[in-house]
Design a protein around this ligand. Structure first.
Ligand code: NAP
Length: 267
């Protein structure tokens, strides 16, 4: 599994992690994914999957990088501290490796939220601070609100069919050592062959490239994400087989020509 630095830290994270929103796979897919090197698991207080993550990492906690999130509705100072403590209890761990603000607050000042996030680092309850669904301006404001810890990541929608972040957010994150954690990297399964609205031209090129490289469409779609500097992806799968397939999206690279064809086909 290829790894990338987390923000400007010396921690390495896998380029394919395991998402657990709407996850119903039990411990086996998660444990198998970790065995294959996908040792970052992304959950959130609102997913109601922290307990299964805790169960999955029991006995191998030190090998797994756990990411969770505080809901965007709990961003008052004391709410953040309470939410983190509740997540720690549900996960059954002493520390959350990456604690992310799930979406920007509609009412609480970012300074207030970040003061609580920094307290969580200072008291050892979390190791690193991240955000999610932050625009470039919101990320810049959040970075300016930090007193002594950096924001290491921004978790955002990114896949072949949803490329809005390429315009300003992605270059900003690269300039400021903020890792992009690409969520819904398979477009909810549509890029992996699940039925749904799909540009015929893009589908044809994706299948052709997958066939020519001896990979699956899911693997090509994930590799396209992680071929971008500073980007890791967190597909979700309930199955051991598809988790293994998704892990097989790493340790190789699409050619520059394949990347250009995909870019054109999904433009
Ligand atoms: N921060 C946020 O606001 C936010 C929002 C959305 C998602 N996320 C995170 O991103 C993670 C992934 O996003 P997502 O769950 O929305 O979508 P996704 O990973 O793009 O797609 C998941 C869907 O694809 C299917 N799938 C996975 N691998 C497959 C394969 N190899 N072949 C065929 N089908 C496959 C899954 O079905 P099976 O399970 O049956 O395999 C599931 O239906 C979430 O779990 C969550 O951690 C974060």
């Amino acid at each position: 599994m290829i790894t990338k630095p987390l923000g400007g830290t010396d921690v390495q994270v896998p380029e394919i992690g395991l998402g657990v929103w709407q996850y119903r796979g039990g411990v086996a897919p998660l444990r198998h994914g970790v065995e294959l090197g996908a040792n970052l698991i992304d959950t959130a207080e609102m997913y109601r999957t922290e307990d299964v993550v805790g169960e999955a990492v029991r006995g191998m906690r030190e090998r797994v990088f756990i990411a969770s999130k505080v809901s965007g509705d709990h961003l008052g100072h004391d709410q953040v501290l309470r939410a983190a403590d509740a997540s720690l209890r549900r996960l059954g761990v002493d520390t959350i490796d990456l604690y992310q603000i799930h979406w920007p607050s509609r009412g609480k000042p970012i300074e207030e939220t970040m003061r609580a996030m920094e307290t969580l680092v200072d008291t050892g309850r979390i190791r690193y601070i991240g955000v999610s669904n932050f625009s470039t301006d919101e990320l810049a404001e959040a970075r300016a609100a930090m007193r002594h810890h950096p924001i290491v990541s921004n978790q955002v929608l990114y896949n072949l069919r949803r490329r809005e972040i390429e315009r300003t957010l992605m270059p900003y994150c690269l300039r400021h050592d903020v890792t992009i954690i690409a969520y819904t990297p398979l477009d909810s399964g549509r890029l992996a062959g699940k039925p749904g609205l799909f540009a015929a031209k893009g589908a044809k090129v994706l299948h052709e490239i997958a066939g020519a490289r001896g990979k699956t469409s899911a693997q090509v779609a994930l590799n396209w994400c992680t071929a971008h500097e500073g980007v890791i992806a967190i597909p979700k799968s309930d199955s051991v087989e598809r988790t293994a397939e998704n892990c097989g999206a790493s340790d190789w690279r699409l050619s520059a020509e394949d990347m250009a064809r995909l870019d054109r086909a999904f433009a």
